[in-house]
Design a protein. Structure first.
Length: 150
């Protein structure tokens, strides 16, 4: 029969298995992966989702409707903003024209455009604080033309 040691200091030590270090290392790896995932989702949200169109203003003339749409936010800090003007008849798109608005980093609004209804189309004048007025002609028969910058 084996004799029990009298003092606990005399008990033989259990072999070290390293389980504690593995758990700490695994926790660090999972935390780092979660941080990279959050940063990636934030980047995707700011670059892709932010560029979705938001309707800013609509004007109608009987069967025709013209919409000013801001595409994304202005470039940071005082950059330009992309926009789109769409001409529709009874809900169907006839013509569209993209443009860039230089407005000192401010969001596009209803005060950045004027609409003139003509016999053959609609003349949209886009204006910003840092650019001359830009005239876009969208025709009822389809198509568009950038008329001038004044």
């Amino acid at each position: 029969m084996a004799q029990e040691p009298e003092h606990p200091a005399e008990t033989p030590a259990a072999p070290y298995d390293g389980g504690c270090c593995v758990r700490i290392l695994l926790g660090c790896i999972i935390t780092a992966a979660a941080a990279v995932g959050i940063i990636t989702l934030l980047f995707i949200g700011l670059t892709i989702y932010d560029k979705r169109p938001v309707t800013v203003d609509t004007q109608t003339n009987g069967a025709y409707c013209v919409r000013l749409i801001a595409v994304g936010s202005p470039d940071w800090p005082f950059g330009s903003q992309n926009g789109l003007v769409i001409l529709e008849r009874d809900g169907s798109k006839i013509a569209e024209q993209y443009f860039t608005l230089a407005n000192d980093g401010k969001n596009m609004g209803a005060d950045n455009w004027r609409v003139s209804w003509w016999e053959d189309g609609v003349l949209v004048t886009v204006s910003g604080e840092e650019q001359p007025d830009e005239q876009l002609m969208l025709y009822y028969a389809g198509g568009h033309k950038e008329r001038s910058r004044s």
